[in-house]
Design a protein around this ligand. Sequence first.
Ligand code: CP
Length: 297
Amino acid sequence: MVNKNITSIDDLSVKDINLISNQAIKFKNSKKIQFVKNPKNIFNLFLEPSTRTTVSFELAAKKLGYNSININFEKSSLSKGETFTDTMNTLISMKPDALIIRDKTNFSPQNISKHLNIPVINAGDGTNEHPTQALLDFCVIKSIYKNKKISIGLCGDIKHSRVAHSNIKLFTKLGYKLHLIAPSYFIDKNEVNKINPNIIYHKNLKKINDLDVLMMLRVQKERIPKNGKNMMNSFKKDYCLLSEHLSSKPYLMHPGPVNRNIEISDNVLDNYPKSLILTQVEMGVYLRMACLKYLLK
Ligand code: CP
């Protein structure tokens, strides 16, 4: 039997997305969660920094009764010069039942999954995808709007954002109307048009109050070119969300971590009544439980 993976939204059908999201919402609403009968060993290999994804995967595994083994770059022998392949062979020799990986290299989880017969979850690969973030974002929206096809806007550094790429794929697959709001240096329209030619583009924040949900995206400082400081300053000037931009119409989301006063002002981040940013963090645990259940049952 071919094992299932979540290395990209492309790995999932609409039926899979609905199955996983319904299970996540069910977990969130459950008073008591049953431990699995056969505890398994889940390896979390995080080769880039993370707070939300790493903690939520660990907590998700523990809430289900699995063993969660965490490996990060600084504490691994990669930091002593071991090659990636040797590290992978070493870890696989210990027979994990699933591998969760975050890596700076695009498509690394997909490439690894081709050589393994255990489920692989992509916890973020370079600028490519972050499928479990998109799934949890969908769960938050679904909890509020059920199956209503609302209008969603993604704003910011779409070009370098793996969250944006997974969200564009996911919401396109489900038939939502998407609006992308970004300066030209933070968007590659040819790349986006390959996923969905019907996306609506905006060059400023003028229409954000027509949206149901506005998702601001982190400027990926570590992935933009050396002259990126100019981009940051220009983006901050024209796109940083201030309270005067909002007439309290859209719900506000952000995958985190937020660059305060670059994407969202302190005032909006701390006081906007329709912010869902911490709801996203909370949903991350239940969504990752649902992903583990989907892959390991
Ligand atoms: N959204 C997200 O991936 O956050 P972390 O980098 O903190 O895991």
